[in-house]
Ligand binder design. Sequence first.
Ligand code: DGJ
Length: 537
Amino acid sequence: MKRKILFSCISLFALVVAAGAQTQTMPHLEKRGALTQLFVDGKPFIVLGGQVNNPSGFPDRMENAWPKFKALNANTIEYPIYWEQIEPQEGKFDFSGVDQIIKGLRSQGLHAIPLWFGTWKNGAMDYVPAWVKADTKRFPRVLDYGGRPIRVLSPHGQATLEADRTAFAELMKHIKEIDGNDHTVVLVQVENESGILGSPRDYSPESTRLFNGPVPENLVTGLKLKPGTWSEVFGPRAEEMFTGYYLSSYINAVAKAGKAEYPLPMYCNVWMGGEGTSDRFNEFDRPGDSYPSGGPQSHMINLWKVTAPNIDILGPDIYHQSPLIYRMILSRYTRPDNPLYVVETGSGTVFARYCFYALGEFSAIGFCPYGIDANSGSELSPGFTDMAANFRILKTALPVIADLQVKGKLQAAVEEEFIPGRELSFDGYDILVRFRPPVRSSGKPLEASGPPAPSGRVLIGQLGPDEFLLAGFDAAVDFKPSLDSGFTSVQGLLIEEGVFDNNGVWKRTSLINGDISDDGLPLGSQGNLIKIKLMRY
Ligand code: DGJ
């Protein structure tokens, strides 16, 4: 009997240890100095990802796109899981597609970020099951100013919340069952571009009653405001804040239920709008009109941080081509309480350049262009060629890049129209990056390099007092001792091109010490990853 008890105690202990180990090593966000980074299997992880098109969340379509994922050099794929697909009948769940996709991505050595297309998708409700759409009594829609129901579910619908969170919790439970030990899934998106498109708020009698009442205490306290009604406290922003409060609290409840089953880091993506971020330049920028009201737009981040503590990250979807607006959005979503994750962005050279701002200037934990399975063939569409080149030169260096981010030793130099060069300052060194300069190609006269549109992009990290890592395209890089260093000249001791192996050890693939770098260390249009040791004299 005694032996039996001892045996059960040991197995219980083993179980507890195993569960603990799973929790400890599961993907999570970790504070490192001033930054918060994503950790997968105990190591910092930067998502070099891509999102498939909205209709592609099916095993066959995903499998057909495997060659494109490979060609993109992505390490992670974002793809939709439709509520409609996993719960076609209330309470009857079908996870066969979910399983196949996760196993498929795992077989390709890829990580996965499922996007929960639940109550909200682009400020509407299109991916909820038919049984939710059809029952307008149980699952009330938003009523617009004229009292007309619109194609958006109300954030005040308790039954809708109950149904959404039940489905999401089932999904997370299932993901834990099939992936709790493998960690293919590293992050989860809750809803998609949430908010109300078509009205600043729900004008149903219940919603209006709440709107005429006081701002709830947790928000007043959280935002350090004076109590009052919504209009008294927020003036012209009252309806948007009101919607934001109820909508983010709803999404927080969904995320909380999911985390109770499997506590992966969770985020919400954002349809940009407000405060100079709208890309609808010919329209007035109004909540519910040019962008979904109540979503986590940049002027709503503070509110969301108070009301949705289970959402770890608010991540922008940025399709702006203007570098000014792009960087402004990056800076607004980079906060001590919000690591930057660029959830969606465009294709083409422009966004391939902006990837370097995100990683080098704003310490992003990930960057994902949208629509990577765009064409029907097996080839990656040409729009993604530059992003694929980025990912190719960066992917072996990611742990080093993550460390440099934490140490504040990583910077970006990106070419823009009318800006042919940029100077960066590091400890003891100034570095000049010239974009598409004349380069010397052996034996031939100097010739212009790179395509005509701005394409230059370089990440530079200081590895040690006299050692740098360079990753980039279409640029020439020159070094000088900084003014106060007491030195006047710099000489390369060792200039190597290479990659990092799986253990993070540098493997040289070529030596470029020679006259090739007489006119500045060249980074070609195919991209180079270079380590350089210098001496000052
Ligand atoms: C942003 C949405 O979040 C995506 O799901 C997709 O609809 C794209 N827009 C399309 O451009």
